[in-house]
Design a protein around this ligand. Structure first.
Ligand code: SF4
Ligand code: SF4
Length: 374
């Protein structure tokens, strides 16, 4: 006797609201999407099967489906769908619901996923950083040359951002553990290989080289845009680590002192990384606007992340430039730079930034259990 399917109608509504739109009603299972997809596997290809699972409301199967993360939202399938459904956007909406199911506390996922949550999420760092500034009486120390440390001392910046990073790491850890277990349950697959380390090692070059992105047709410009953003973030991570090592390891004084001359390569790398980030995100926005008709507009979830990265880059570059001009408004811009950086890192497990961690985990899982070759 066949198995009775219990559709989760609330999930179907959630998916429709999250960016799936009326795609689920339109799909008549012709499989064009799976045929045109350049990254799907030949065995059990996506996204056609996900479209029917979504129509049936199979929430548990979809949110733990590794294939939703192997999709890189190139939108080739959306451009070719004869029914005007948007399978690329449906998979994007499922990924968003997957992130919000696994990342804890779930309240932050709800806030990050809806326009009504934007103000509360912004107010949290405004209050935290504002309380530090007022509590330490820093507003009375801003006369003279512009030095950002006068507004927020470095140990206070470190305390705020290390706490935000710890919160994000713990949330990611809990989310990934739940996601890994759910993928085993949903696929029914177990590995015979023991350690997942070989799968991890095979995934790293693919991510660095953006090999899947290279297969996009409709949005071919996405590859270079994504690379500029990726390398911009990587460069800024290196400069931050470099500065922390100087500050807490080698010290500002002594044989390896943080002299003006030794700061030059650090500042040059920071500048180049910032420009790479800004150029990359500008390209992301312009690509999305140019391909909107064929590839879909993207959702609130996508755009809030794009604008957050843009604001981080713009306020970072502006606060630097305005400081060099000696204008006191540099403090104001720097304050908002700290607020946006806090949002980027503390809310990473609930925003589109989480895709880096969930996609990597799904790629490792797929190779570990033999869904994909290492
Ligand atoms: S191409 Fe469109 S109609 Fe055909 S299976 Fe995919 S989503 Fe459905
Ligand atoms: S958006 Fe691109 S990668 Fe994702 S399923 Fe469609 S064709 Fe494949």
């Amino acid at each position: 006797m066949g198995k009775m399917i219990q559709p989760d109608l609330d999930f179907v509504k959630e998916l429709t609201a999250a960016g799936g739109g009326d795609s689920l009603k339109k799909c008549f299972q012709c499989a064009t999407c799976s045929v045109v997809c350049n990254v799907t596997h030949s065995d059990k290809p996506f996204p056609r099967k996900e479209m029917i699972w979504a129509q049936w409301g199979l929430k548990d199967k979809l949110i733990a489906d590794p294939d939703i993360w192997l999709c890189h939202q190139c939108s080739d399938c959306t451009a070719h769908c004869p029914r005007g459904a948007k399978p690329g956007e449906v998979l994007g909406a499922i990924r968003k619901l997957s992130i919000h199911t696994f990342s804890k506390p779930t309240l932050f996922g709800k806030l990050a996923g809806s326009p009504a949550g934007l103000l509360p999420l912004l107010l949290i760092p405004v209050f935290i950083i504002g309380a530090v500034i007022l509590g330490l009486g820093r507003l009375h120390h801003l006369e003279g040359p512009i030095v950002f440390e006068k507004l927020v001392p470095i140990p206070a910046v470190d305390a705020i951002f290390i706490s935000a990073a710890l919160f994000a790491v713990l949330s990611f850890w809990g989310g990934i553990k739940g996601f890994w277990t759910a993928m085993h349950k949903a696929t029914g697959l177990e590995s015979t290989k023991g350690s997942p380390v070989p799968a991890v090692m095979s995934v790293i070059p693919e991510i660095i080289g953006h090999k899947r992105f290279d297969k996009c047709d409709v949005q071919s410009g996405r590859t270079s845009a994504h690379k500029f953003v990726f390398w911009g973030f990587a460069g800024l991570a290196v400069t931050t680590t470099w500065a922390v090592i100087y500050l807490y390891g080698l010290g500002w004084e002594g044989p390896y002192s943080f002299s003006i001359a030794s700061q030059f390569p650090l500042k040059l790398l920071a500048l180049v990384s910032m420009l790479s980030l800004l150029y990359g995100i500008w390209k992301v926005i312009s690509n999305r606007n140019h391909t909107e008709e064929k590839a879909g507009k993207g959702t609130y979830f996508d755009w809030t992340f794009i604008y957050l990265v843009l604001l981080v880059g713009l306020t970072g570059a502006l606060s630097w430039g305005v400081r060099l001009l000696g204008l006191p408004s540099a403090y104001f811009i720097y304050f908002f730079h700290l607020v946006f950086v806090f949002c980027l890192f503390a809310y990473a497990p609930f925003s589109k930034m989480a895709h880096m961690v969930y996609r990597t985990t799904a790629m490792v899982f797929s190779r570990h259990v033999g869904l994909e070759e290492e």
